[in-house]
Write a protein that binds this ligand. Structure first.
Ligand code: ADP
Ligand code: NI
Length: 213
């Protein structure tokens, strides 16, 4: 069992680590993902401590902002420092290693109920109204165009290609965000994704109407 003091200390550390990320990958993202995870876990089950630790720490190893190998070592060290059970620690690390959308291009075979819950919770925060805000926040952070009719959405052949693309932000909806509803792991995650997906469809319709297409 993780007591409140340990949880607080791990949270403070994570908050500090995420301080320089864009507004879509800040501490509020973690709070929203935790709320999503709570709702999914209430129906799907799984070990809550493992889910909670993975949620709190998941973006510290995000390759958009951190060196993955170094970050995983720091996370492991932090969890050991607080005497987190070895089995839980190992599971948390595996979840973090396998969570990202970009892992679809990697040879990963790890699955668990807890990974399913955390991944659905993270993906729910990538879609809907918050998803729109996060996409434009990240696009702005990278200095990307909103939209360019001359640049169509792409199909990427590798994680590196996906990461290094300079596509306009609207393309990201077609390259990732609109695909997520069919990639949810759990029934409850899928149900929660449906309305958020519909909102994005309506948002894009309005965007193109205003653009004049
Ligand atoms: P994961 O969190 O599964 O690793 P990504 O790194 O692809 O997934 O994306 C996380 C979030 O970062 C997205 O949901 C989106 O808000 C933002 N993001 C990532 N890549 C882009 C992009 N090319 N354009 C706009 N937003 C992006
Ligand atoms: Ni995340």
């Amino acid at each position: 069992m993780i007591n409140d003091k340990i949880l607080f200390e791990i949270e403070q550390w994570a908050k500090q680590m995420l301080a320089d990320c864009d507004a879509g990958h800040d501490w509020w993202h973690i709070i929203r993902v935790r709320n999503n995870a709570k709702a999914v876990h209430a129906i799907e089950g799984g070990d809550w401590n493992t889910i909670l630790l993975a949620v709190i720490l998941h973006d510290i190893a995000d390759t958009k902002f951190f060196d993955e190998v170094e970050s995983l070592m720091l996370i492991e060290r932090k969890l050991k420092e607080h005497h987190i059970d070895a089995e839980v620690l190992d599971h948390v690390i595996k979840i973090i290693q396998n969570l990202s959308f970009s892992k679809q291009w990697c040879d990963t075979s790890f699955t668990s109920l807890e990974l399913s819950v955390v991944q659905d919770a993270d993906r729910l925060d990538a879609i809907g109204a918050v998803g729109v805000a996060r996409a434009f926040s990240y696009g702005g952070h990278k200095g990307r165009d909103f939209y360019n009719p001359a640049i169509p959405p792409q199909e990427y052949a590798s994680a590196d290609e996906y990461r290094n693309s300079n596509s306009p932000t609207i393309n990201h909806f077609y390259e990732k965000l609109l695909l997520l509803k069919d990639k949810m792991n759990t029934k409850s995650g899928m149900a929660m994704a449906a309305q958020r997906h519909q909102f994005m469809e309506e948002y894009l319709k309005q965007f193109f109407k205003e653009w004049g297409e």
